[in-house]
Ligand binder design. Structure first.
Ligand code: NAP
Length: 478
């Protein structure tokens, strides 16, 4: 059994702090209260920023070997307490315990890679003599930390997406203030405990719990914040980008990812990969498969197998190892998903399986005959719903896949290398998986989207690029 202390503290400006006003954290499975966290005010956020100004000076002067040692110790801490971390993720969020264990494994990896990359923050020499008249010049650039980073994170990967900002920020000598999702703040606080136990000077990292709409503006508009690293929904991201002003922005936003299944594909492999990609984490996954375009020759067979596999999904207790799918993050979200599906059915869509709600639980749902302009075909559902479309050929699939305002990742199933390369060239996305669904990521690859799916790339090394700035050095020789 997990033992989370009643009333967690937040790490703010070097101190573990309580507040009289608190926010309850619920387990969405039964709406029981797990614990409370402090509800930070705007003044609290200002205190965190003032402390981070000191923290940034400490961080920029820490040698790489110290940063490496601290990050590795934090990774050791997570590893030693991996069960507590997994239970926390599976309690405050939607994930099953198996999915939560995998997230903890990924978080440890993200931290280890961050420690590794701290040794490789390099510049390069520049050939100044390429320009006539500059023959007596020599120089290079270093990469320097940007200063203070504001990290705003979503509910769906409450640990590893925080690690994806904290690990690289500390690796590159920055201070960082994390504002975790209000629904799932406990994993981020545990990660702060890991860095505290590892000996990170306290003013370098704050984890401030509170409502984004109340305290977010103070953080993102403050002139001392040099970068806003946001992961979350498109609407929130656009709102933050408009307000942030002259700061670096990293925006990891949503999607409604496509998969394309061509007539030469291995159908069984495509079905199992797309089913897992659609319903993992209850479909609350930025990489989740939402739209599958199947060449007409395979459509009926694919649909039959897809529906059969979906109907075998086990929905139930998140903590049970045999459960495939738990509840959505809130009942409100489950009602929204139900409404979007019902709206599509009213507009002519056919429900092949699923479509049933019980509180926050919503059964894995497969639709076909969805009109191209239905909301569910255009926007991000962020729930366990997938749409199957029949297409005549690859060109039609690509055109339809691109006809949305998102472009995070895509998958294509084919044995034909030329067709795969056509998709690689033409699909408007940040990543393409050949013979796998969009739902593939390792933590050390460049990850991010185009169009409404975001700006910039994460993936430790790439995050470090975003979190540092080149400073050019030029010698005028005699
Ligand atoms: P969200 O509603 O956009 O919230 C994300 C974060 O923004 C939360 O911490 C939230 O705080 C905060 N926030 C809300 N309003 C704010 C404001 N005015 N100023 C500053 N911060 C504010 O997203 P979500 O529902 O948690 O997460 C789901 C979305 O994240 C989906 O669209 C998903 O695709 C996307 N996502 C993208 C990636 C990626 O890497 N591309 C990964 C995972 C998820 P409160 O919780 O206090 O409201």
């Amino acid at each position: 059994m997990m033992t989370i202390a009643k009333g967690k503290k937040m790490l703010l400006g070097g101190k573990w702090m309580e507040k009289e006003e608190t926010i309850s954290v619920y387990d969405p499975q039964d709406n029981s209260i797990i614990t409370t966290v402090p509800k930070a005010s705007k003044e609290d956020m200002l205190k965190a920023i003032t402390a981070a100004e000191e923290g940034a000076k400490i961080a920029e002067n820490m040698p790489a070997h110290e940063r490496i040692a601290i990050i590795n110790k934090a990774a050791d801490y997570v590893d030693e307490k991996r069960n507590l971390f997994a239970e926390t993720i599976a309690s405050e969020g939607s994930k099953t315990i198996a999915e939560a264990k995998n997230e903890v494994f990924r978080c440890i990896h993200t931290l280890r890679v961050s420690a590794e990359e701290a040794r490789r923050i390099n510049g390069e020499t520049i050939a100044f003599d390429q320009m006539p008249g500059h023959e007596n010049r020599a120089g290079y650039y270093y990469r320097f930390p940007i200063g203070i980073i504001a990290a705003i994170t979503p509910f769906n990967d409450p640990l590893n997406l925080v690690a994806h900002k904290v690990g690289p920020a500390i690796a590159s000598g920055n201070a960082i203030i994390v504002k975790p999702a209000t629904l799932t703040p406990l994993s981020a606080l545990l990660l702060a405990e890991a860095f505290d136990a590892a000996g990170l000077p306290r003013k370098i990292l704050s984890v401030v719990t509170g409502s984004g709409s109340e305290i977010g503006d103070v953080l993102i508009t403050h002139p001392s914040i040099r970068m806003v690293s946001f992961t979350g929904g498109l609407e929130t991201g656009e709102n933050i980008a408009r307000k942030a002003g002259l700061k670096k922005l990293s925006m990891e936003l949503g999607s409604n990812s496509p998969a394309i299944v061509l007539k030469d594909a291995d159908i069984d492999a495509a079905v199992s990969s797309c089913v897992a990609g659609a319903f993992g984490a209850v479909g609350q996954n930025c990489l989740g498969v939402q739209r599958v375009f199947i060449e007409k020759e395979n459509f009926d067979k694919f649909v039959r197998k897809f529906v059969l596999m979906t109907s075998q999904y086990k929905i139930g207790d998140k903590k049970d190892l045999v459960t495939d799918m738990g509840p959505l993050i809130t009942e409100k979200e489950a009602i929204r998903v139900e409404q979007w599906v019902n709206e599509a059915i009213e507009e002519g869509a056919s429900l092949l399986v699923g479509g049933k709600r019980d509180g926050a639980f919503y059964s894995p749902t497969v639709l076909t005959n969805v009109p191209a302009d239905a909301k569910i075909a255009k926007e991000e559902i962020f729930g366990p719903v997938v749409i199957l479309f029949q297409v005549n050929d690859l060109n039609e699939a690509i055109e339809k896949a691109n006809n949305v305002n998102y472009g995070l990742q895509a998958g294509i199933f084919t044995k034909d290398i030329n067709l795969a390369f056509t998709a690689i060239k033409k699909l408007e996305v940040g990543g393409i998986m050949i013979n796998d669904s969009s739902d593939y990521r390792i933590d050390a690859m460049p990850f991010g989207g185009v169009k409404g799916s975001g700006l910039g790339r994460e993936g430790v090394k790439y995050t470090i690029q975003e979190m540092t700035e080149p400073k050019i050095v030029n010698f005028k020789l005699g």
